[in-house]
Each structure stands twice: as C-alpha cells, then as structure tokens.
Design a protein around this ligand. Sequence first.
Ligand code: MG
Length: 300
Amino acid sequence: MARIFIVDDVEDNIKLLWYNLEDDGHEVASANSGQACIDQAPAFKPDVILLDMMMPGMSGIETLKVLKTLPEVENVPVIMVSADDSDDSIIDALDIGAHDFISKPFIYPVLEARVRSAVRLKQSQEELGAANERLAILASTDSLTGCFNRRHFFEMSQLEFAKATRHGRPLSVVMLDADKFKAINDTYGHAMGDEALKAIADTCRSCLRESDILARLGGEEFALCCAETNRDGAAQLAERIRQAIEKTTVELDGQAINFTLSLGVTELGEGDISFDQLINRADQLLYQAKSNNRNCVVAG
Ligand SMILES: [Mg+2]
C-alpha cells in the first residue's frame, strides 16, 4: 500500500487511475494542474507522484522542476505520464530527476508495477538515510556514557575555538578525571567502574547548558568545551560538578561507592593559537589538582 498523488488536467484520466489504484489498496489524492500539485502534494506526503507531461498553464516539466526544490517532496519518485513516447521532453524530465515515465495509453498493470518499483526505491532510500544517521551517531559518541567521543569533541571544539578567536569571544575548557579510579575497578570490578563513568556523564549533563560540549576522552577522563564562558564561569561550573559527584552514591548489585573528581579549568588567552594549547593547559591544571590531594578544581 502506498500514497499516490495523481496530477492530470483531464478529470477522466484522474478518475480511471484513482479507481484502479484504490482497488489495489493504495491511498490516492489528485490535482488538476501543476500549481495545484505544488500547493497540495507536500501536505499529502506521497510515496509516488504520477505527473502528466501535457497540461495547460504549468507543464509537467515545469511542475517537476519546482517539486525538486521543495524539501518535503524533493526525494519523492515522480513518474511522468506522457501522451507520446517519442517526446524529447521525456529525456528532459529524466535529466531533471524524474524517476520513470510511462506512455499513454498505458496498460494499468504495467503502471502499477512501476509504481511498486518506485515505492521500493523510496523505501530503500529512507532505510539508507536512517542507517547513515545511526552510523553518524555511533561514529561520534562513546557507547558507554553517550557522551561525544574524543574525535568528535576535537572536531566540534576546534570550530568553537575558531569562532571565539575570530570574534574575540570567551571560551573555556574543563578537564575532569575520576580520582583513584583504578582502585574502584580493582576493588569492585569493571562493572562498578562503568557505573561510575555513567554517573560522571549524567552529573555533567545535568549541570551543562545546551551549547557546552561534553566528551569522554578515554578511560576515566572527560572534557568540556564551554563557548561564551570565561574562566570564572567555567570554574563555577566545574565546582558544581565536583560537589555533585561528591554527593553521588553509585550502586550496583547491593554494593555502593562514593568517589571524587579532580578538575582543571582554563580559558582562551591572547597567545593561544590552537585548541590543543587549551587542552594541554587544562590537563596540566588537572594534574595540579591531583597533586593538591585531589577532589578539587584548579583554574589557571
Ligand atoms: Mg494532459
């Protein structure tokens, strides 16, 4: 069953197709001019458009050109219906992006088979689109925590760095690392360690704004890139996250643990020419936090 939109200036042609297609279980709508098709087809969300070539006013070709510019229907297969199969405009129509054509008078079962073929094409294109979206998400996120991964973090943050540098806007970076994480894994097992990592991601998310970029860089190390945020703002955010984690108890299989975070915070300065410089500075500040007995924020 498909949704089929018929465009023809002759009412009898529409009726004939409509009855046949409905008998075959399709849902049908129609228009009697190119302009009416452009006005009505997007809302109908057709799977296939059957478009008459010869119409007064806006021709089939002209209608097709406009359909290919409308985001709602640009990927809907269009089958041109032509009175003359030697018509040169069939070539034009295929070049503009028509899926197929059929000549009048047509044999209905052949037309219906072509409709089915167009519907299959549209379905496989949609499935491919959805698969590509899933791949893009997989390629950019850390599967355990749902945070961005290292590669995607650097791609996004480098764009923010370029924007901030160009417009003289503030930008800060926070590096976070779970304290004594190896001991959690060694004492309670890796499943508990994983729960702790998920708790860090959830806690960070609950403290962040939409524009902040959060990533798990690897192991128990996370990073934040905060656009439009100076060092003081980022240090306050880091402190909120530190306190929230300190109060969080992670539970698994009847066991419960508490742990802490060390954080390093820095902001974009005059001499910074790459995002990596900010990351390296935040990393050094993070290690200062570690050597200051951990569970603290060091901003510099
Ligand atoms: Mg006609």
